[in-house]
Design a protein around this ligand. Structure first.
Ligand code: NAD
Length: 503
């Protein structure tokens, strides 16, 4: 089992003897970032948080200095040491050549679970959903965010959607452990496995497998489109939701907005050896420097961080003072509404109002209690052996050869490529953008210059790598060429590839 953050922190605290301050890396970010970070740290200080800050630079200025990753080596060193990052939002420069720093941080640090609570604060914050209290657990490392994109022809670009069994297992297990720990009753999985039967299908089947280990928790699955519609319309029906990276990104913004404002939604990015805490919103450049931004998203993320490092009492003090401030109608501009609010304040005044209420509990909302909760990253996710530990028998039965072709009709392409196949490895199908266009295509099907020629051994006979290489040599010699290939395998006798649409 790998060392957990809890263990690392305990060790640091004991080495430090009487000093129990926990080192935390802090990034002030861009746009409204520095304003909301200053306000947040002021509240933490006043609440007595035993933290020691190591400030780092990352984001726009670093990008502009020529580092396309947006983060210098010294920042990595700090995060490697503290294993806890409190981060304000960052502006991703427009245009190509820059990778998203957020995605880089999440993936480099192995922060596989993105925990995003969305809670409504009616009747003090405007919402149509007074009873909403949802936690979205978003897979944070895989899916289309692998960021593997290629231009393959003049007309076609590709983004690879990569989904792994261990990746699905640890985020799904995390969601169930989170539900159990927080006495939540239901976990809903959302995917699009009616279309993406292998990638999303894997996520759904892992959910069913792991869910069976949690009999006391209710489980259901929704296709993401109707799931997102219900999140916008009847979010009260959800408790914990676990979903894939892109869906989770969209769904959590919907949930935060429906609950009241993106300005108040926090998040925790959890890995087995590090964690990062940030508001879900961006750097809001339009309002930067005006002192009007709501620091609540970052402040509530800092509350999650305090629980994570075991300072539950301080977390409780800050959270309850924040609830009291909100219910007294002291609101920043994004929340201010004359029907619900009493005083409109700026970032610093809001922080001061929270500080003034430290030690008080909310009168309307239920006070928050954190005593019993264990750090988020000690939830059991890395102690269970992956199901993928069983190695399947893999049999090569064919190959999909993708070609860049604008030399005539599909019949002409088929005539040229058919000759290349042989009786052991015949061409069985051509598709364009996934739709079968040969044999027996439809004249109406719109075709681009990107084709897939499938060569598939009859009766799934095993073919050799040599046979595949010879086939590719012939493709090359024929002038049709190839731009990419995918092997067709059986895994324990079952196809590991999809059919063409219309096949
Ligand atoms: P945004 O979240 O910055 O802003 C969306 C809207 O919400 C704007 O109207 C903004 O004024 C408002 N808003 C956001 N936070 C607020 C707050 N705390 N208080 C009051 N109002 C608030 O989203 P965007 O405009 O799409 O993105 C701006 C920049 O932020 C982009 O460069 C984007 O790449 C970046 N971004 C960063 C992160 C991150 O660092 N985690 C996340 C999302 C976007």
């Amino acid at each position: 089992m790998s060392t957990t953050l809890g263990g690392v922190l305990e060790k640091k605290a004991s080495v430090a003897g009487s000093v129990t301050k926990i080192p935390v890396t802090v990034a002030y970010g861009d746009g409204i970032g520095p304003e909301i970070m200053r306000a947040t740290l002021r509240v933490l200080e006043a609440a007595g948080a035993a933290l020691e800050y190591d400030e780092i630079e990352m984001g726009e200025a670093v990008y502009k200095s020529g580092l396309t990753a947006g983060i210098p080596e010294s920042a990595w060193e700090s995060i490697d040491k503290t294993r806890v990052l409190l981060k304000a939002p960052i502006t991703t420069p427009q245009g190509g050549g820059y990778k998203s720093l957020n995605v880089t941080l999440r993936k480099t640090l192995g922060l596989y679970a993105n925990v995003r609570p969305a809670v409504s604060y009616a009747p003090y914050v405007r919402t149509h959903h007074p009873k909403m209290d949802v936690v979205i657990v978003r897979e944070n490392e895989e899916d289309l965010y692998a960021g593997i994109e290629h231009q393959q022809t003049d007309e076609v670009v590709q983004c690879l959607k990569l989904v792994s069994r261990p990746g699905c297992e640890r985020v799904v297990r995390y969601a169930f452990e989170y539900a159990r720990q927080n006495k939540r009753k239901k976990v809903t999985c959302m995917s699009k496995d009616n279309i993406m039967k292998r990638t999303d299908g894997l996520f759904h089947s892992v959910f069913d497998e792991i869910g069976a280990e949690y009999p006391e928790i209710e489980k259901d699955h929704l296709i993401i489109d109707i799931g997102a519609a219900r999140m916008a319309d009847t979010p009260e029906m959800f408790d914990v939701v676990v979903t894939m990276n892109l869906y989770g990104d969209i769904l959590s913004d919907i949930a935060a907005q429906v609950a009241g404002s993106v300005g108040i939604a926090p998040s925790a990015n959890i890995g087995n050896r590090a964690a990062m805490f940030e508001a879900i919103h961006g750097s809001a450049p339009q309002i930067a420097g005006q002192g009007v931004a709501n620091p609540s998203g970052l402040l509530l993320s800092a509350v999650m961080m305090l629980v994570h490092v075991g300072q539950n009492e301080i977390a409780e003090r800050v959270h309850n003072a924040w609830l009291r401030t909100i219910e007294e109608g002291i609101h920043t501009g994004d929340l201010f509404d004359e029907r619900y609010s009493k005083v409109k304040v700026g970032t610093e005044e809001f922080a001061s109002a929270v500080i003034d209420r430290l030690g008080q509990e909310p009168l309307h909302f239920k006070p928050v209690r954190y005593e019993e909760k264990a750090p988020l990253n000690t939830l059991k996710t890395d102690t269970v052996e992956s199901q993928s530990a069983t190695i399947a028998k893999k049999t090569l039965v064919g190959i999909d050869v993708f070609v860049h072709w604008n030399g005539g009709s599909v019949e002409e392409l088929a005539t040229r490529v058919k000759e290349i196949g042989n009786s052991n490895l015949p061409m069985t199908m051509i598709t364009n953008r996934g739709v079968k266009v040969w044999p027996h295509g439809h004249a109406e099907t719109f075709c681009t210059d990107h084709w897939r020629c499938r060569f598939h051994a009859e009766d799934d006979h095993e073919v050799s790598s040599r046979a595949v290489l010879e086939l590719l040599e012939q493709m090359d010699a024929s002038g049709v060429g190839f731009i990419k290939t995918e092997n067709l395998y059986l895994f324990d006798g079952k196809p590991g590839y999809s059919l063409g649409q219309g096949q």
